[in-house]
Write a protein that binds this ligand. Structure first.
Ligand code: UDX
Length: 440
């Protein structure tokens, strides 16, 4: 069993630390945010992630998992220091690496024994070498035996623990084969295919994977918009495409586009790196444009359906988080849609099972409701933005009877269009051939 320090207790750091502890290692999770650490010590989670709280409780009780703000304590016996701090977007889309730099400098300051530094934060290609440089410079003559390994994460919010424990692959990059193998040994109990490569290639695998998944979604959203005009149904198109083993079914759900903490930031950062190095990332630009347009399209559609203007119309939003099973609203389509609706003079109210607290911090003046029916009461239109389970089987008869104008925009293709139309709703889904159907 190993002694591990994980720096950063966001999604990635916390899940990584807790899961390694659950595999029998001794893990110190460190964060510079004191309030967060005090809460974690009390068992209060900073994020909503299914299964996380129980796992923290179990491993704290077993004396394998510790939370601290003190680098000396966290790194005291550590054989591995995982860097899992945030890398927010800078003004031009470049990743802001100041937290990574701080973590590297602290490691250089505190450590007095050999250490393997594992970078889990998503960082621009070349950052691994930069981290090694920071440590070398900081130590000067007082040399340290250290090795840098890149180990990108592929965790999805909402199923992060499952994704950690049952990964499709473990990617490791280093110039030191032995160091990469030592990190591979930590993951060995998971029996996942493991790829060991060089630092820059490992860093690129992360960006390319996220950009590819975002591309698939933007691709199917573009097909959806064409389906609308031609009278085809994108859900069946995706099904038919996915049956081809070369294509597969994953990430072909048309909707309001991708959000969250990774795709938007990573696609932007990859495009920025490309431009910086003199290449023209046309596809990535289109992928981002299509994503932005998906949100605008539903607002335009709603405007048309309620008579050409949203001024003084009451619009209900179901779902605020960027996807179900998380309270994360970073780059959530709901935020952009609410902004657009309000810009056009609409009154917006919303409900979400988990993300209302975060939303009220971001948009304090937004009217929040306690349930979907309160959202629908006297509304001129209802937009399903996030496909939480509890929105799948609502009492639509009741909703029909309480709305002022029964217009439903199903931004995630969750509801049965025929049943909705039969109840009397004006229904618009994504890529369901709506324009042709409406004209017929
Ligand atoms: C993603 C990656 O999946 C993960 O590997 C990476 O490490 C972090 O980023 P996450 O952001 O948690 O994970 O969400 P994910 O489930 O991948 O969904 C991303 C976005 O795409 C969501 O906004 C979701 O609604 C949207 N999406 C996903 C679609 O619109 N259609 C799909 O078919 C799939």
């Amino acid at each position: 069993m190993s002694a591990i320090c994980v720096i950063g207790t966001g999604y990635v750091g916390l899940v990584t630390g807790v899961c390694f502890a659950d595999m029998g290692n001794t893990v110190h999770c460190l964060d510079i945010n004191q309030e967060r650490i005090i809460n974690l010590q009390k068992g209060i989670m900073p994020i909503y992630e299914p299964g996380l709280e129980e796992l923290v409780e179990r491993n704290v009780a077993a004396n394998r998992l510790f939370f601290t703000t003190d680098y000396s304590e966290a790194l005291h016996n550590a054989e591995f220091a995982f860097i899992a701090v945030g890398t927010p977007s800078g003004v031009d889309g470049e990743a802001d690496l100041s937290y990574v730099r701080d973590a590297a400098e602290k490691i250089a300051e505190v450590i007095d024994h050999p250490i393997i530094i594992v970078n889990k934060s998503t960082v621009p290609v070349g950052t691994g070498d930069w981290v090694a440089d920071i440590i070398r410079k900081k130590r000067g003559k007082n040399t340290l035996e250290y090795y840098v390994v890149s180990n990108p994460e592929f965790l999805r919010e909402g199923s992060a623990i499952h994704d950690f424990m049952q990964p499709d692959r473990v990617v490791l990059g280093s110039v030191h084969q032995k160091a990469a193998e030592a990190v591979a040994a930590l993951y060995q109990p998971l029996r996942a295919p493991t790829l060991i490569t060089d630092l820059r290639t490992a860093e690129m695998i992360k960006y390319a994977s996220n950009a590819f998944l975002a591309t698939r979604i933007s691709f199917i959203n573009e097909i959806a918009n064409i389906c609308d005009e031609l009278g085809a149904d994108v859900r069946e198109v995706a099904q038919g495409m996915g049956l081809d083993k070369r294509i597969g079914h994953a990430f072909l759900d048309a909707g309001l586009g991708w959000g969250g903490s990774c795709f938007p930031k990573d696609v932007k950062a990859l495009a920025h790196m490309a431009v910086l190095h003199g290449t023209h990332p046309q596809l990535l630009q289109a992928v981002m444009d299509i994503n932005r347009n998906q949100r605008r399209r539903v607002v335009m559609k709603l405007r048309n359906l309620v008579g050409g203007s949203l001024v003084d119309k009451t619009i209900g939003i179901l779902g605020l988080s960027f996807k179900p099973n998380t309270d994360d609203i970073r780059e959530a389509p709901a935020l952009e849609i609410i902004h657009l609706l309000r810009n056009e003079g609409g009154h917006v109210r919303a409900y979400d099972p988990q993300a209302m607290e975060n939303t009220s911090k971001a948009i304090p003046e937004l009217q929040l409701c306690t349930n979907p029916y309160e959202v629908a009461q006297d509304a001129d239109g209802l937009i399903l933005v996030t496909e939480w389970n509890e929105f799948k089987q609502l009492d639509f008869k009741r909703i029909y009877s309480i709305m002022r104008t029964p217009v439903l925009i199903d931004g995630r293709n969750q509801w049965d269009s025929q049943a909705m139309r039969k109840l009397g709703f004006t229904y618009f889904g994504i890529g369901q051939g709506n324009h042709v159907q409406a004209a017929e």
